[in-house]
Design a protein around this ligand. Sequence first.
Ligand code: SF4
Ligand code: SF4
Length: 385
Amino acid sequence: MIAVAPMPELTDLILEVGGHELQVCMQCGTCTAVCPWPRVKPFSPRQVIRYMAFGFEGFEQEDLWNCVTCRTCVQRCPRGIDLLEVMRAARAVMLESGSGPRTFSGPLASLRTEGNPWAGERQERYGFAAPRPVPPYDTDKDYLFFSCCTQSYDPRNRRVGTAMLDILNTAGVRYGCLGAAESCCGDQARRIGAQDVYDDVKQQNMTLFEEHGVRELIVASPHCLQTINQDYAKGTELHATHYATFFHRLVQDGHLILSKPIEAKVTYHDPCYLGRHAGEYEAPRELLRAIPGLQLLEMPRNRERSLCCGGGGGGIWLDVPSEERFSVLRVQEALRTGAEIIATACPYCTAMLEDAIKNLDVEHALRVLDIAELVAQSMTTEAGQ
Ligand code: SF4
Ligand code: SF4
């Protein structure tokens, strides 16, 4: 429950660190109506904004950390307010004052020391590639492959990373990696308002990119995609492409042939940062349609209306009760389509959906697979098999 005790200096601080759009909110409540949270527990972004605008002490409590940055509200706000930026600014003020979820301290400490939030050793960043050689990036290469920390250190997602490298190798893409020198893109740190941590990892990566003359990247997560294209790339020639978009182009251009049938009913879960944030809805679906034997089924909430997995905006670092997890709702929606596979294109979605499948004890009925895993299973290899 939010306590009502005016602290106007809080509003000033939020405005100072970038939350100025809260001043144009007309309190229409559209954001609350479309936000996924009220489906599982009381939460009103409209009210959070109102409390921020009037400096009411207490808005920083649990409510502030709920937002998973799914962007549903931003699509619909009649004033065009980027609520994610307002939340980020308020979170930055709260973190600065020492107030934030306890579960954030481990990932932030690991980001500072190892360049990833999962307490993984820096040297192990490309351990998922073994026994494949990891080609070093140099100026002869067309692309830098940039791994997501979750792909590098989460055991489930490491399999997705190897599938990506297999696809790039099979298609003869001239790519290289920067290995242990690479750091997290910093998306989660930025979204929770840990600006100093974000600035550090961004600086490390930008220095590395400049030293190696990097221009084009293939990224392993839609969160890296948006962070690099929307922030790192400002005023530079950097450009990132999400792997699903890239693999779709390989198929279109004939560099990748999907010939091995996968006889399965598959539904596709749109990751927020690939769909609502980056506007990419069709490339993953086109890839699935290109796989012989695969039957694509849609959940009622798809594309712009897709339900978030709950992992963005620091959500993957929070300890959320199972009855409040969007991923559990999403798995139930997937089951209702009759699909036996829920495909996705984001390491957070894979981790969250995998967890929900176990939580619901439906491993016998539904599996989560990344688009890359399905493409790797279906592709014709060098030997033509
Ligand atoms: S939808 Fe926009 S204008 Fe309406 S309450 Fe939410 S933030 Fe304010
Ligand atoms: S970004 Fe998503 S979770 Fe956050 S307030 Fe908007 S609709 Fe709700």
